[in-house]
Design a protein around this ligand. Structure first.
Ligand code: C2E
Ligand code: MG
Ligand code: MG
Length: 744
């Protein structure tokens, strides 16, 4: 082995004396007589070719060379001097070869080459000396045929050469690097033992062979083995190449695997991210599906699911009772129309906040859209807690709301349903809560708890609706007329047409009992059109009956729902044409509350109706908190003072004040005034004193069917003696008396 593989680069001077001494000893004792074809051939092969004849062992940093074997062979054949010279020449040559051929351009300095030469020379010198000492001339040993002795010689030769060579090399490196000799030897040199042993074995075998054949034959054999070697080397090169290709492709595969792993990781990350995003968007969708966007409160779906869940919990175990509250804001449409939708939205949110602030553990507040809310109160002990909550909710909602320096008032009606009634579906609970809510509205209470009578009254309301539909089609509705009297002259001025329903089984039904339902169902429109057509036709007939009646007027009530219907103006116009009534003789009465909801549209609609020539009255004036600032803009002709003010006139003096104020207002706005509900002569005289132009009431007549009006038309001044007559006859104040006077 040579030191070049061990990359030894410096101090060499210490090796110089033993190396030179070894070389000198070899040259001095060189056996010139042994020079012949055999030695020359051996020398050429050793020096020039052995370095090339190396076999690198795949996957190790070792390579087998035959240089050590040839040096050993020369030692056996020609003695130590020849072996030292050949070893030094071979070390020099192979160092040059390595320096030239090293693939990474390993730089091997001249000093290193010299060191290699010196180590090779000195270690061979040591080996030759030990062999000489122990075995005498080696030639005699291998020629002697004692295999045991030969093997011992070979072993000593290999070990001595290994020990001296590697010791020198390790000492050189350790001296140069400052590392421990044993560490360096262990790291670089130990593996070389196998090389020296194999070299010794090869030398031994060759010596054995040479005992049989001469040197020429040996050379031929070497040539033969050379050929085998070349073939073997090609094979090992192939193995090496394919190993390195395999290594390369392993590296490529490893790289690719790394890329794949990175891609896979990225893919998994993306998948995780997408799954998270999907999860989030599913959550968002779920939230949107179960929440109201305006308040972010649970919506109807949510509440229905929750109630169903509470019901099934209650059926599967002893869970607490709960209650469902349905809340509706009063007059919310008016707020929306007068203050605008953004303010309406803020009120909706504000009410939601107030509800949320009410104390009840586990209460769930929901918003069903518009002005409707639901509250679920779990864990109840009886319905008193629900009632307390409803009271607190009504109070809290009724508290003033301040927006941008503006004060807004709202209030709510509440329907309550306790779960104890044995429900099996959320829809049934909500249906009953709705009925309780409507009952609260109907009875003007803040809240109502559902009871079964509400259900039956709802059913009968449903029946009533069907019946009203039928009544409209079958002309079961009748128009009654109540005279409107000129209070100054006490003569007939005209009539107010009032609907009556002669129900086949229930008998006469008054408007207040079916008009709200007709408004909810939209039936009020065909119904009013029927009354309008009948009243116009009737008044034209009465007008034509005598020239004195030419100016008789008829007033027809319009509901708020009908007033806001887009087809109203066209419908009136058609009826005017059909009945040929003088439009000036027709008055349409609109309640104060229906004019409040959307003032600008109201004004426009009133103008359109007025453009037909028809007169307009505000009915029940004084009850609807109408904005006086708008009143002067309304194109109207008449104010009808509500019955409540008239009837209370004789009770207290301050009630006169209200009527007086309305009179003053009407005068300013140049409007006529009709007083409703005059029942007593006292009321009549008070109104006359205040200058009220027209009046109607039981004092003059109850509403009567058309057939019973004829007498009144024939005698238009029949009330002129009323004051003096009633003054003396208190019975005459009884409206029944008056009515019977006309009806009988
Ligand atoms: P309204 O337009 O204010 O009609 C006056 C109501 O007062 C009538 O009640 C009438 O019978 C009643 N009344 C008149 N004088 C007196 C009196 O001296 N004492 C008392 N206690 N009551 C008196 P009615 O006929 O029950 O009508 C109630 C309401 O129903 C009407 O109030 C009106 O708003 C509505 N209505 C009546 N007919 C129709 C109709 O054909 N269409 C529409 N849309 N609404 C109608
Ligand atoms: Mg009226
Ligand atoms: Mg009225």
């Amino acid at each position: 082995m040579t030191a070049n593989e061990r990359t030894i680069t410096s101090p060499h001077l210490l090796l110089l004396p033993p190396g030179i001494m070894s070389a000198a000893w070899a040259i001095y004792g060189f056996p010139i007589d042994k020079i012949g074809a055999g030695l020359i051939t051996l020398a050429i092969i050793t020096v020039f070719f052995s370095a090339f004849l190396r076999i690198e062992l795949p996957r190790t940093d070792l390579h087998l060379t035959i240089s050590d074997a040839l040096v050993f062979l020369s030692l056996l054949f020609y003695g130590g001097e020849v072996a030292i010279i050949l070893a030094m020449l071979e070390a020099g040559c192979s160092s040059f070869y390595v320096r030239r051929a090293h693939p990474t351009g390993l730089s091997m300095s001249k000093k290193t080459i010299l060191t290699n030469i010196l180590i090779a020379g000195f270690s061979t010198f040591v080996t030759a000396s030990v062999i000489e000492m122990l075995f005498g001339t080696p030639e005699t040993v291998w020629r002697g045929g004692d295999n045991t002795l030969l093997l011992s010689l070979l072993a000593v030769m290999a070990l001595t050469q290994f020990a001296s060579n590697t010791f020198l090399a390790a000492a050189y490196v350790a001296g140069k690097t400052g590392r421990k000799l044993l560490d360096v030897w262990n790291e670089y040199c130990f593996n070389a033992l196998v090389l020296f042993c194999s070299g010794a074995v090869m030398a031994g075998l060759s010596a054995k062979a040479l005992r049989q054949i001469d040197m020429v034959q040996f050379v031929l054999a070497v040539g033969f083995f050379g050929l085998i070697y070349v073939t073997f080397k090609r094979y090992t090169d192939d193995v090496k190449r394919s190993t390195s290709r395999a290594d390369e492709s392993e590296v490529v595969r490893a790289d690719q695997a790394e890329v794949h792993i990175a891609e896979l990781k990225h893919f998994v990350d993306e998948l995780t991210k997408t799954a998270e995003e999907l999860g989030e968007s599913r959550e968002r969708f779920r939230h949107a599906a179960f929440h109201d966007p305006l308040t972010n409160l649970p919506n109807r779906h949510y509440i229905v699911e929750l109630i169903d869940r509470l019901l099934s919990d209650a059926s599967s175990g002893p869970h607490g009772e709960f209650a469902v509250l349905l809340l509706n804001l009063n007059r919310f449409r008016a707020i929306n129309d007068s203050l605008g939708h953004p303010t309406g939205d803020r009120i909706i949110r504000h009410v939601a906040k107030r509800l949320g602030e009410l104390p009840h553990e586990g209460a769930v507040i929901g918003h069903f859209g518009g002005d409707e809310y639901a509250v679920i109160l779990p864990n109840l002990q009886g319905s008193q807690t629900a009632i307390d909550f409803a009271d607190a909710a009504a109070r809290s909602i009724a508290d003033v709301v301040r927006f941008k320096g503006r004060q807004v008032y709202t209030s709510a009606k509440i329907g309550i349903v306790p779960s104890s009634a044995g429900y099996d579906s959320a829809h049934h609970i909500l249906r009953d809560a709705d009925l309780a809510l409507y009952s609260a509205k109907d009875k003007q209470k803040n809240w109502m708890i559902f009871d079964k009578t509400m259900h039956s009254s709802a059913v009968s309301m449903q029946q009533l609706e069907t019946d009203l539909r039928y009544a409209i089609v079958c002309n079961e509705l009748e128009t009654f007329y109540q005279p409107i009297v000129d209070l100054e002259k006490l003569t007939l001025h005209g009539f107010e047409a009032l609907v009556r329903w002669n129900h086949p089984s229930r008998g006469f039904i008054l408007p207040n009992d079916f008009i709200p339902m007709s408004e909810d169902t939209g039936l009020v429109i065909p119904m009013t059109l029927q009354i309008l057509r009948t009243a116009c036709t009737q008044i034209v007939e009465w007008q034509n009956s005598a020239p004195a009646n030419k100016l008789l007027t008829v007033s027809v009530n319009l509901s708020g729902k009908h007033f806001s219907d887009a087809g109203l103006v066209g419908q009136i116009s058609t009826i005017l044409t059909e009945t040929k009534i003088d439009p000036e003789c027709l008055k349409l009465e609109i309640t104060e509350s229906s004019t409040m909801e959307d003032t600008e549209n109201t004004i426009e609609k009133l103008r359109q109706i007025r453009s037909l020539g028809v007169k307009l009255s505000i009915d029940d004036f004084g009850t609807g908190y109408s904005s006086l600032s708008y009143l002067h803009r309304f194109p109207i002709d008449t104010l009808k003072i509500d019955r409540s003010f008239v009837s209370s006139m004789d009770e207290a003096a301050e009630n006169d004040e209200i009527v007086r104020t309305i009179m003053a207002l009407a005068k300013t706005l140049k409007l006529n005034v009709v007083a409703e509900g005059i029942e007593t002569v006292q009321q009549l005289t008070n109104l006359q004193r205040l200058g009220c132009e027209y009046g109607q009431g039981y004092l003059f007549s109850r509403p009567l069917p058309a057939g019973k009006i004829a007498a009144m038309i024939e005698e238009p001044g029949r009330w002129q003696n009323l004051v003096s007559e009633t003054n003396f006859n208190p019975e005459a104040l009884n409206s029944d008396y008056l009515e019977s006077k006309f009806t009988n």
